[in-house]
Design a protein around this ligand. Structure first.
Ligand SMILES: [Zn+2]
Length: 145
């Protein structure tokens, strides 16, 4: 679809393409505040989950949960946030966000106002950890698909 940033494939500076299949792709998002933030994107331009067949929903959510598992293992967050909003970009995509009690937006959503600054040393440590995520995600996918 025209003017859809997700149909246009990887946006400049969006992040790293971790894996791409026929129906979905996984991105490690570049976000200075939130290392380990991933996005699972449905390749076709469809807005809502119930536009997908049951098999497609299962496939997509299977990937979302796989990415959540990888994010938990690698980033050791206090909590993972899963979010599918799509008000600005009505093209199915799931955000998989490791959350920490000291992250910039805690305890609100990552789209809420900043509440604090994370210590630079801790952010550096988390950015280093996030470098392992692509391989861990691809490893899990290769075992499943
Ligand atoms: Zn689209």
């Amino acid at each position: 679809m025209e003017n859809c940033v997700l149909c246009a494939d990887l946006k400049p500076n969006e992040g790293e393409l971790v894996w791409r299949g026929d129906d979905c792709r996984v991105i490690l998002v570049s976000d200075d505040d939130l290392p380990g933030f991933c996005r699972v994107i449905w390749n076709r331009h469809q807005a809502d989950m119930t536009e997908l067949s049951h098999g497609e929903r299962e496939h997509l959510m299977g990937l979302v949960f796989l990415v959540e598992e990888a994010v938990r293992d690698v980033m050791q967050p206090s909590k993972v946030n899963l979010a599918a909003l799509g008000n600005m970009v009505p093209h199915i995509h799931w955000h998989v966000i490791p959350r920490f009690k000291d992250d910039a937006f805690f305890p609100g959503s990552i789209w809420s106002v900043r509440t604090q600054e994370t210590s630079p040393a801790i952010l550096t440590e988390r950015r280093k950890a996030a470098l392992d995520l692509p391989d861990v995600i691809r490893g899990l996918i290769s075992r499943l698909y």
